[in-house]
Every structure is written in C-alpha cells, then in structure tokens.
Design a protein around this ligand. Structure first.
Ligand SMILES: Cc1ncc(COP(=O)(O)O)c(C=O)c1O
Length: 294
C-alpha cells in the first residue's frame, strides 16, 4: 500500500480570519487551507485523486492516463503523483498545435516523466477513441479534472477534518465550482451546512444536473442545502477583471494568504459580495482554499 500521505500536510490547517464586518455580524470565518497540502499536489486535486489512486493500486495498475488542457491543474498534479509514487503517467493534451514547452504545466509534466500526446480539439472530444489508442488495458483512467464517483469520498474526508477541527458543523461552506466534483463531494457528505458554490465558468448551468447525478446520498438533496451562483465568473473561465486582481492583492496584503484568479480569487471575491445578503448573523463560515497556486 502506498504511503501517499507521508509527503502530504494532512489534515490541512483550518485558519480563522478576522475583519470588522465579521465582528459586526458576529461571524466566525475560517479558511480550510487545502492549498497547503503539497506544493505540487495541491488542494482539491489530492482530495479528488486519493480514492482513485487507491483503486488503481488495488487493481494493480502501474500506469495512469488522463486528459487536460495546457494549463490544467489536474494534469500537473497527476504528473507529480507519477513522479512521487512511481506510476508511469500519460497525458492526452487538448491542442495539436502545442508541444512540451508550450506552458509551465506541460514543461513540468514533461520533467516529471509524463508522456504527452497532443491531439486536435476535435479528436479530444472523443475520449473513448483516444483511450482505445493510448490507454490499452494497462492504464488506470483518471477523468478530465479528476471528477468521478470515487473523488467524492476524498472531498468527504476533507469535510470530516473540518468537523473535527471545529468541534461542530459550520453553517456555511463556500467552494469554487469548475467540473463540480468538489461541491458534489460536500453535498454528498453532509446536509447540515448550506453549501455555496461559486461557478468560475460562464453559462455553465448545465453543471447542476451533472452535480446531482454524481451525488450518491440523494436524501441530502431533499433539503436543497446547496446554492450555486452562476454570475460570479468575471467574464468566463480564466478571465480576470481589474477589480478581481486588486481584491486578490488586497486580500493577500491583509491576511498573508495567496489566492489565484481562476478559482480561489473568484470564490473569495464572491463571498465578500454575498456576505450581507446571504449569510445570517452569528454563524460560522468555512471557505475552502482549493489551491491552484504554483
Ligand atoms: C485549484 C482548483 N480549485 C477548484 C477547482 C474546481 O473544482 P471542481 O472541478 O471539483 O468543481 C479546480 C478544478 O478542478 C481547481 O483546479
């Protein structure tokens, strides 16, 4: 059995932050620092991959294959996992105009020994054909973004850490929504806090059905204990506004915590925006820092 967690900082810290407005509203606000789990296997990547890796190990797979774009955090983490835990890794990359030096992510993956296959955007859509060509039967397949049924259990462990670090269940949890695996894992695990998802993609309402499909504990859906905000994306995936960038640098200066603009920056920005309209006084809020910093 791999001792995966030997090199990881787990449980990740739960840190309180303070602001005059929190005091005024009698709020306790904490950040779950999953960004500190590991410099390269960061944040929700570890949470979503853990049970997939245990499954790969249980089934005796020595090779992993996955998919991603030139800047994919998931691809970066899988390449690092290959290096640290001795899996052979392959990545199928969206874009046949790219090469191993096209981005920091691809350069890193290449240095970790990941075999990279560059395919056209059209070919990229047909994942099962690509798997027939590149995976054969000897690769364990990790889905794009790392989200599948097994990834929910890892997110559930993160929630268990929060509950035992606080000694009680929080009233609200905020997380970014990209492929939907993280929020699905939270909803699957608890129906106590209100779970607030900040979607970082534009026009991505189709994700709601995908999230509901992923959830095994359907009874947790009856109370509709989650809300997803679809208009907090600042123009779309990986788009940024001046306001967002200045929020990120002010936040870092005030709290000494780095955010990035693709996921955590948008989520934290939205939290401050929604504070007075969505959060009841006298409550406890946990913001999940899902990493993504390099
Ligand atoms: C750093 C980071 N935060 C948040 C997310 C969004 O999580 P999910 O795709 O599970 O919705 C991602 C993408 O997976 C990510 O890379």
């Amino acid at each position: 059995m791999f001792d995966f967690e030997k090199i990881l900082n787990l449980p990740s810290p739960l840190e309180a932050i303070h602001e005059p407005v929190f005091e005024e509203m009698a709020l306790k606000v904490f950040i779950k620092r999953d960004d500190l789990i590991h410099p390269q296997i960061s944040g929700n990547k570890w949470r979503k991959l853990k049970f997939n890796l245990l499954e790969a190990e249980r089934k005796n797979f020595k090779k992993l294959i996955t998919f991603g774009g030139a800047h994919s955090n998931h691809l970066y983490a899988v390449a690092a996992i290959g290096k640290y835990f001795g899996f052979d890794t392959r990545g199928i990359i969206r874009g046949d105009e790219l090469n191993t030096s096209s981005s920091i992510t691809l350069q890193f993956a290449d240095r970790c020994g990941m075999k990279l296959h560059f395919v056209s955007r059209e070919a990229y859509r047909d994942k099962s054909r690509l798997l027939d060509i590149y995976a054969k039967d000897d690769h364990y397949v990790l889905p794009e973004g790392g989200t599948n049924a097994l990834s929910l259990a890892g997110v559930g462990e993160m929630y268990d850490e929060i509950r035992s670090q606080l000694g009680y269940e929080p009233d609200y949890i905020f997380c970014p929504v990209g492929s939907g695996g993280t929020i699905a894992g939270l909803i699957n695990t608890t129906n106590r806090p209100q779970i607030m998802g900040i979607c970082v993609l534009k026009n991505a309402q189709y994700l709601e059905n995908k999230i509901i499909e992923l959830i095994k504990n359907k009874e947790n859906l009856f109370d509709k204990n989650f809300k997803i905000f679809w208009d907090k994306h600042h123009g779309g995936y990986a788009k940024k506004t001046k306001e967002l960038l200045s929020f990120i640098s002010d936040f870092e200066e005030k709290h000494s915590i780095r955010l990035e603009y693709v996921y955590s920056g948008k989520m934290f920005f939205a939290f401050y925006e929604l504070l007075r309209s969505e959060i009841k006084n006298n409550s406890t809020v946990v913001l999940i820092h899902t990493g993504g910093l390099r």
